[in-house]
Design a protein around this ligand. Structure first.
Ligand code: GLU
Length: 447
């Protein structure tokens, strides 16, 4: 079997979009599954649309996602150069060959020596190919007009350059977006004209939003650039996992799969023909699952960046670890630690009616006073606070809900929440004592 060589061929016209990331990811997975090569080629012939830093940012975010390539402009390789603008002589040579063979012709601008080169579309030819995703697709040459392969400035068009490059880079399979289906007959004509064998094409379905509309870059309801997810604190492993499910499904029902498993299980037959739905909730869920798999140290390290950016003071490493431990289960992305912190520390201390009623009914004053006294001389570690909760219970003969919920209400205002000893340790002695004082004063007034 010929060697599998696939490529991701972005135009450096902007940030890495989820749709492009998907094309890149499936080519990468394809290469790794079949033991082939994965190449990154920069298609920069649309000069006006190129943006400064576009190439670097594409490569940077591919690498963030966990993709590793074998050949590229930055890495080099035996099939370079890997930027189309550095290959202009090659396109020129082959465009001239088509002119010589009478398979293309010069199209002069009015009153000018300058000309574009047009491909002469043969009459009555059927172009058919066996699409990896969709099966056999057919196009009639009569539906295609003679098209420009070289513009009058010597720059090739995409449909011409892509063939020259895929041929000379020995690309065996091309997985790309569905929008390229109608380009494929043009590309097949060029392969035919040179007598070259075309790669096998596979066109992946569109990605749609929750209203089943094709995802458009302007759709503000869906975050679509990989950089935005990175900035929010999505984990690259979770993004890789989520993107792999956009248009492909594993054999088992389990959808939390690491890169190695995806590569192993990958089967091009399971690429879907139906549009892939971008399900935000699923992404948040997958990411939360990956967050839960992080160790406390890893999560603390990642959370620190977001807290510091929000100018939140981190008193100690221990404090930070406690903070991330109590919120680990509630985070869909790491940046959320800031909101969770703010809700926890800065919401005014308020007892809602139901909560207050609970401590009124349980006549909790002596419990609260005893607990307060014990806390005053405590080191305020979660372990010690846990012991003092029990001790306050013993001294006032309070148990179960009246003990644990009573203390929680009096110190946090809430009837439920994360671990009480950890919450109190995080709040710190001053805040906890002051809240206990407020609650005790109010209760005394009402009882
Ligand atoms: N530069 C093209 C794009 O970004 C590549 C298409 C292809 O894979 O042939 O859509």
């Amino acid at each position: 079997m010929e060697k599998v060589r696939v490529r991701y061929a972005p135009s450096p016209t902007g940030l890495l979009h989820i749709g492009n990331a998907r094309s890149a990811l499936f080519n990468y997975v394809y290469a790794r599954h079949f033991g082939g090569d994965f190449i990154v080629r920069i298609e920069d012939t649309d000069v006006l649309r190129n943006v400064e830093g576009g190439e670097a940012s594409q490569l940077n975010y591919l690498s963030w996602l966990g993709l590793v390539w074998d050949e590229s402009p930055d890495k080099g390789g035996n099939y370079g150069p890997y930027r189309q603008l550095e290959r202009l002589d090659l396109y020129k040579k082959y465009a001239e060959e088509l002119l010589d063979k009478g398979l293309a012709y010069k199209d002069f601008r009015e009153d000018s020596e300058q000309y574009a080169i047009r491909f002469k579309v043969p009459a009555n030819v059927t172009y058919a190919f066996d699409d990896i995703v969709r099966g056999t697709l057919k196009f009639e040459s009569k539906d295609v007009e003679d098209w420009i392969i070289m513009k009058d400035n010597g720059i090739p068009t995409y449909n011409f350059a892509v063939v020259i490059d895929d041929h000379f880079m020995e690309i065996s399979h091309v997985l790309r977006g569905e929008e390229h289906i109608t380009n494929t007959p043009k590309q097949l004509m060029v392969y035919d004209a040179f007598g070259w064998e075309a790669p096998q094409f596979g066109h992946m379905t569109i990605i749609v939003n929750e209203n089943k509309k094709k995802l458009s870059k302007r759709d503000k309801n869906v975050i679509q650039f990989i950089s935005e997810y990175e900035a929010m604190g999505y984990l690259p492993e979770a993004m890789f996992n989520f993107i792999s499910l956009l248009g492909w499904s594993p054999t088992e029902n389990e959808e939390i799969l690491d890169q190695e498993t995806i590569i192993k299980q990958f089967d091009p037959k399971r690429l879907s023909k139906a549009p892939a739905m971008f399900d935000k909730d699923k992404l948040a869920y997958i990411n939360s699952r990956y967050i839960k798999m992080l160790s406390t140290d890893e999560l603390a390290l990642k959370s620190r960046v977001f807290l510091e950016k929000a100018n939140i003071e981190i008193p100690s490493d221990e404090w930070l670890k406690l903070l991330v431990e109590i919120f680990k289960d509630r985070m869909s992305y790491i940046g959320q630690i800031v909101e969770l912190y703010q809700a926890f520390f800065h919401n005014a201390f308020e007892l809602n009616d139901e909560a207050y009623q609970f401590i009124v009914e349980n006549k909790s004053v002596s419990l609260l006073e005893t607990f307060k006294k014990l806390l005053e001389t405590s080191d305020f570690t979660p372990e010690e606070i846990e012991i003092l909760i029990k001790q306050a219970g013993k001294e006032t003969e309070t148990k179960g809900k009246p003990l644990f919920m009573g203390l929680r209400i009096a110190t946090t205002g809430d009837m439920h929440g994360p671990s009480l000893p950890v919450s109190l340790a995080l709040l710190g002695k001053d805040i906890v004592i002051s809240r206990l004082n407020q609650t005790i004063t109010r209760l005394r007034g009402d009882l």
